[in-house]
Design a protein around this ligand. Structure first.
Ligand code: ADP
Ligand code: MG
Length: 285
């Protein structure tokens, strides 16, 4: 895990307005390594989408350094270069309805490959493989509007993976979904990560962040914490300052630890909490 594919140094972005400017990101240092699953956590308005838009070159930095695949991004970047980078860094957004363009699922997934001039036979193969990866093959001939939110997001993801990107950024892609839809999308994300895709998951759900290899917390446009999920979630006070909460399982263990019932609060899931409690009670080896 040491090939850096996204690197930001003192990265900043200011939205210029007629009345006032908004400093959305300020001095952010972050590196993303090939093959990892990084979660960017932060409350509303903390700068998460701005960061994602910089990584995807929807925006270009107003200050600081951004390097994508070793190439430093300058203001005069050409459209061809942007196109090239967008193929390598795909993005899945929050609202599934805004991302689907065709009236048939498989045509939607074929849209990107057609756009880059992929030969028709290869498109067929690519679309089938992408729908299979997200578990939507049986819906290939359906209309997207017949699908649930989670299914629509999976089709949107298929459209991105059809272009074989190195990195996929999910900008709150589960936020509009019901718990089932969220679980479907999280399963798809984990599957992608396991097959070698680099994943950047932007979220405010702690339970999702617990699944990542590494978590970076941003607040007020600054990176305030970074580490493994366990390292980040034991910083309870700091997370609360950032308008976040620790996962319920961790919160429970922190309380039990405070009372001296357990030695460690390093758990992220209810299952891990149950094991740790059973062990402390002498019930497990
Ligand atoms: P998040 O995704 O974490 O909710 P954003 O990156 O969308 O945060 O926003 C960060 C800050 O930038 C917020 O204060 C937001 O109001 C502001 N902002 C976002 N987009 C714009 C814009 N197009 N023009 C002006 N301010 C913006
Ligand atoms: Mg956002």
């Amino acid at each position: 895990m040491n090939e850096t594919i996204i690197k930001a140094e003192k990265l900043g972005y200011t939205y210029e307005g007629d009345e006032r400017n908004v400093r959305a990101l300020d001095g952010v240092d972050i590196e993303i390594y090939r093959g990892e699953f990084l979660c960017v956590l932060g409350q509303n308005g903390s700068g998460k989408s701005t960061l994602a838009k910089l990584f995807n070159l929807i925006l270009t930095p107003t200050d600081g350094v951004l390097e994508l695949f070793g190439k430093r991004i300058e203001k005069d970047i050409t459209d061809d270069e942007i196109f090239d980078i967008r193929r390598k860094i795909g993005m899945v957004f929050q609202n599934p309805d805004n991302q689907l363009v065709a009236t048939i699922v498989e045509e939607d997934v074929a849209f990107g490959p057609e756009n880059i001039g992929m030969p028709p036979a290869k498109i067929r193969e690519t679309v089938d493989a992408a729908l299979d990866t997200v578990g939507m093959s049986e819906y290939a001939r359906h209309s997207p509007h017949q699908l649930s939110g989670g299914q629509k997001q999976r089709v949107a993801i298929a459209g991105i993976i059809a272009l074989s990107p190195d990195v996929i950024i999910f900008d709150e892609s589960t936020a509009m979904l019901d718990p089932n839809g969220r679980a479907e999308v999280m399963d798809t994300i984990k599957k992608l990560k396991n097959s070698g895709t680099t994943v950047v998951l932007i979220t405010h759900y702690m339970e999702e962040a617990a699944e990542a290899d590494r978590v970076a917390v941003i607040d007020g446009g600054r990176k305030v914490l970074e580490g493994t999920p366990t390292e980040v979630f034991t910083e309870r006070e700091k997370l609360i300052e950032c308008g976040l909460a620790v996962p319920q399982a961790t919160e429970l263990m922190l309380k039990l630890k405070q009372k001296g019932f357990v030695d460690t609060a390093d758990v992220l899931t209810p299952y891990e909490a149950a094991l740790a409690i059973a062990k402390a009670a002498g019930g497990a080896r």
